[in-house]
Design a protein around this ligand. Sequence first.
Ligand SMILES: [Zn+2]
Length: 400
Amino acid sequence: MTVKLYYKDPYIRTFETTVKNEQIDEQGRYVVLHETAFYPTGGGQPHDVGTINGVRVKDAQEVDGEVRHYVEESLQSQEKVTGEVDWVRRFDHMQQHAGQHLLSASFEDLFGYKTVSFHLGQETCTIDLDVPKLTEEEAKRAEESANKIVLKNTEIISKWVSPDEAQQYPLRKQLSVSENIRLVMIPKVDYSGCGGTHPAFTGEVGGISILKWEKQKKQVRVTFVCGQRMIDELYKKQKVMETLTKTLSVPEENVGEATKRLLQQTNDQEKTIDNMKEKLLTYEAEKLVATPHTVGHNQVVQLISYEYGMKELQKLAKIVLNENSSVIVLLISEVGGKIQIVCGRGSNLTLDMNLVLKEVLPVINGKGGGKKDFAQGGGEAIRSAEDVMKELLNRCTVKV
Ligand SMILES: [Zn+2]
């Protein structure tokens, strides 16, 4: 068993010890020391990183009471070593972890909402509350209550106890182990079995801020940050707000209103643009209807466009056919290396437009289809739109 210095004193950052052995497993090369201050992943708290004799420790895991320090280089030839824990990371974990105790205690003591899981993430932390919903008022009160305990600067005590001794405390949760029981106690606030690292006083948590909550199946997931992460979060949000106030040219308190107004304007403008497009298409269709070409025995309305999409071509064709039921419509658009074709004919004619289209599509490696009176398709612009139009026209000369 490795002697766990982080349980003796969670504030140990540097320590001297000797190497027990070095081995390689599926995760890589690891070193086992006689003593360590490196906390291995466990109880919702991520592992420490740091260095051993200057060699980087990228991971720490506990297996059968031994802490494996995954190192980037071999330490085999070295007997005496100095370990150094990345303190910024570890202290951050201590702040988040202790903050979670306080927040969970507040939710439970105020409303009876039990915490069923905890995740300490890289940027934020979450707890899952065993309730179907959480109100703004409840979240606010729990946050306030937890922050009051931070301000009280209550001592956080950890203690190894026997199962009998453990039962003398008002434990928040049934213990998950029956031996090597470690209790973390914040007198009058929280008594929990916990193997993590915590600061000595609640004041060191610095503060707790709930960022959001959302339904997660039958529970509510509360996202929060503590200590330095609160400052980082505030800075991040201030930067976002700065961009918003500058872009919208409004003071902070009007950002919400201004954004709503802007979205409404955009919606209105989109509607106007749609209306104008519609009018433009009708105008274009009328112009086309007025100037049909005689092709063999038929009257053909044709257009090559370098801007319309399939939707516009279809609309255009339909307007033309509504105006004149004795014409053939051949519309092609060439946009972004693609060719799209719409061909149709009025109800007074019988030419099979689907067949016309299918005969021409191979010319552009295209796909498509439709009905005898109206068909559409598209392919690659490997032939010019003019060529494709000629191919279509050649098939529309017969009397039908
Ligand atoms: Zn804990």
